[in-house]
Design a protein around this ligand. Sequence first.
Ligand code: PEP
Ligand code: MN
Length: 336
Amino acid sequence: MIVVLRRNSPLSKREELILRLKALGITTHISQGEQNTVIGLVGDTSKVDPDDLMALPYVEKVQRVSEPFKLANRQFHTADTIVDISGVKIGGGSFTVIAGPCSVETEEQIVYTAKRVKAAGGKLLRGGAFKPRTSPYAFRGLKNEGIKLLEIAKKETGLPIVTELMSVEHLEFFDNVDVIQIGARNMQNFEMLTEIGKQKKPVLLKRGLANTIEEWLMSAEYIMASGNENVILCERGVRTFETALRNTYDLACIPFMQSLTHLPIIADPSHASGKSSLIPALSKATVAVGASGIMIEVHPTPEKALCDGAQSIDCDTFDRVMTDIKKYAEIEGKTV
Ligand code: PEP
Ligand code: MN
């Protein structure tokens, strides 16, 4: 980080700032120009808030030269992180498919879907039990009963299960859940991120509806900073001026993020587009762009789904999507 002082700022103020930074463990390098004084900060600047420095009347400019995230940063951890979920790996040379309904509805629905997902080559079963819904009058999931139904589907198929956590108070129901999903709406629920960082289960951290890449990585940093390094990132579309589709699928962020972080990144074309007819094309694009996996909403009868039917594909379509994914993954040199 570099701090430029205003012209003619008193020497005493400069000394005050140096002492303040020293207290944070930062050493400083002074470069005295003809017009301005430039202070270079050396050390772990993650504790230094540039806005705090900008608030000082004698500071003209503050510029970061390194990212504020450390544990998630590829600079300090060059190898890809591979998250192991009961033997299923996300990251490295694999392309992992997570599929299942938006919400768990009945035992028959989730067990049937799980069997079809497994038969087609999916490696993890998704299904919402605690559902974030815009309307309080909409179906908000079967809650802990839904998790029990996911456990039945897991027993029948052997597929590890992924489901969303909406409150840390519900963690007691998550003992047999393999991956904790943090949804878009909770991406910046910092207390929750800190709490789930204290346990070791892998976390699927979705990107917030309107969050920047840096904010998203800082949320991953929260989980890692409290002790859990098993974080998988999931792009799920962001809000833009475009309203024709549910969201705008930010596929460009995937290879870009891979340069910034060692954490695996997957993507969810279902929430990104909101439209089932687009899933076959977007799935191929997701593999082609280099993602480590994909999460797709699949329902035996999408027209009857209690949540997100318009973006859910049926099981036969999923079979065809998997055939394409396998071909595209081969080109990428990845195994599905
Ligand atoms: C979901 O996966 O069902 C979901 C609610 O996703 P998001 O948090 O991305 O909206
Ligand atoms: Mn959904």
